[in-house]
Write a new protein. Sequence first.
Length: 362
Amino acid sequence: MFFTLVTMCGGNPQHDAFGFRNWHVAGGPIGMKYATGSLGRFQGFLASLRLSSTFTCVGSEYLSMTAGECVNPRVNMPIAFRTVLYRLVAFYIGGALSVSILIAYNDPKYVALTSDSSSAASSPYVVAMQNLGIQVLPHIVNAVVLTSAFSAGCSYTYTSSRCLYNLAKKGFVPKFFKICTKRGIPIYCVAVSCCFALLSLLQLGKSGSKALNYMVNLCTGAQVLNYGFMGIIYIGFYHAVKAQGIDRSKFPYRSWFQPYSIYFTTFIYWCIIGCLGYQVFLPGMWTVDSFLFSYVMIFVSLAVFIVWKVFKRTKFIKPIDADLTTGLDEIEAHEAEFYAQLEESSQGETNSKWKSFMNWIF
């Protein structure tokens, strides 16, 4: 964002203060797709929502999976989640704004890099720097992107391995996945999760972007479905808390404007799920592979749900009967032990303003 501010004001080798010029290219910052006019811009917005925005923004909720290995999760998890909102606003919305300022949506270089026949090695920041004649910075950006991709890969390996470990503990997968090292790492779960990294080799082919788009569609469908299911689950949790007379004001972390906000967001997410592959229903756009990679996770989820209900004969639980207390005693015991150790270790210490500030930042 700092780079965008400097270059748009003329701080570039061409001394071109281009400002918001790219917002006025070919009719505006939102490109037209499949049609012209307002309908084309709306379809362009949906295409951006489906291919890039949704895929990159999901995953912030994976932070909750660290609760089982976090010190004093009742305090640290709410603190961490309160900063997530500001990070999303600053980096995702700010980043999207920066990209739209730096490069036009119809830039020939970027269009060529993102086509189905490209190698999928594209970055709008790098293209913008090349257009401005900046020599060294594109290589630095590529290195930063590489480290960010490695960090994201580590995060997904962690979350997927813990999901597999939890499935093993509940008996849904083979028992050997419960085996851990002396330091508590589910080694076989991590190994299986790492195997999926080999899918990245698909982009080494001649049509790497096409294969990558298929994987993006598949993963995006699964992740947005996850959000849709989370919305439904939270609605059930809210009504269970209300039915059992539990005071929400005593929770360490409370979401805003409930239950209206969860109804709204759940509705929006299921609308997004329906629009993931909308282009296949346009005249002349139908392809079986695009339809499957966009919507197959919906059918998989429905099949798993129906099969489970049929064979296990489980029933829907009423809010008043929902179990909201299992495991609570263990958490409270851990919290009491933590505060006892903290009080013992901090005797004679003063909490400086600098330490309080750093705790607020991180």
